[in-house]
Write a protein of this length. Sequence first.
Lengths: 183, 183
Amino acid sequence: MNFCSNCGSNQLQFIVPEGDNKQRFVCPDCDTIHYQNPRIIAGCLPVFEGKILLGKRAIDPRKGYWGLPAGFLENGETPEEGALRELHEETLAKGHIKHLQSVFSLPQFNQVYLIYLVDLISDEMGTTSETLESKLFEVKDIPWEDIAFESTTFALEEYLKNPEAKMTKRGHFIWEKEKRFGI
Amino acid sequence: MNFCSNCGSNQLQFIVPEGDNKQRFVCPDCDTIHYQNPRIIAGCLPVFEGKILLGKRAIDPRKGYWGLPAGFLENGETPEEGALRELHEETLAKGHIKHLQSVFSLPQFNQVYLIYLVDLISDEMGTTSETLESKLFEVKDIPWEDIAFESTTFALEEYLKNPEAKMTKRGHFIWEKEKRFGI
Ligand SMILES: [Zn+2]
Ligand SMILES: [Zn+2]
């Protein structure tokens, strides 16, 4: 942040405002405090006749690896709406929300994921600009070695422990470059 | 948003970027797309020996009404850390996370609430700049007529239906001025 988005000042200070205990970008010209907060990623764990829909990522990070449909929640949306929108945008599939399946955060990246268990209404799906391939996997065929993110593995494993459980699983993940990318 | 926070340009356009389907603030001078996303409020439903801790709000909106300790999640925090931080900041109480109790959104305000069931470690609590009074309520004494927000009532009611349930309750709330403030 280099300029005040309110008044255009280039005199922004990164200081602790009065009555606060964290550093913020504060504009001395118009007194605006510019808060920066984590963002929400809404996603799906989509199921059809016992099979799980995964998408092969067409974009980095982790292009070519398999993940769950998910993306940034937009202003004006509920997380449920956002999850189903991302499902359709990424895989062309459609479904209904069953319940909140997992919640995990990546505090290093200021992200919180809300993953909903989704019943697909059919096996209709396709490729998109974000997804090289959309595919329903039998549980025994899940490509564990080629899952995009550790958090995806977490959501899948917790689901498979008890597919009927309605509990929300929680976790958080600290990114380790060496571990995540195997380099 | 009046100025580009990256380059200071006053030529921001509110347009749909290429490959997108929503209007964003786009800077024609440095090509930055300024995304705006919902924020997360992390909160607690704090319990001690069967009693529920509520705080009487010292600040608007709904000053003087009773609510659950909650506040904006900060960058670098997990939601669990944020919930316990807000608990202590608002009521001086300390506790442990049991599970995620409710998730609800206020899409009109671009907010998503994550409320955790929390076991208090003691009945120590106090007043703060944000809370006129912190008080443990027996279930029969909960001041239903003076609860700050409809969403607070939702979280409390869902908890009381089955205090032992580990399911996360979901909801969303559309703000109606007449209804909420009774005017
Ligand atoms: Zn300013
Ligand atoms: Zn710019």
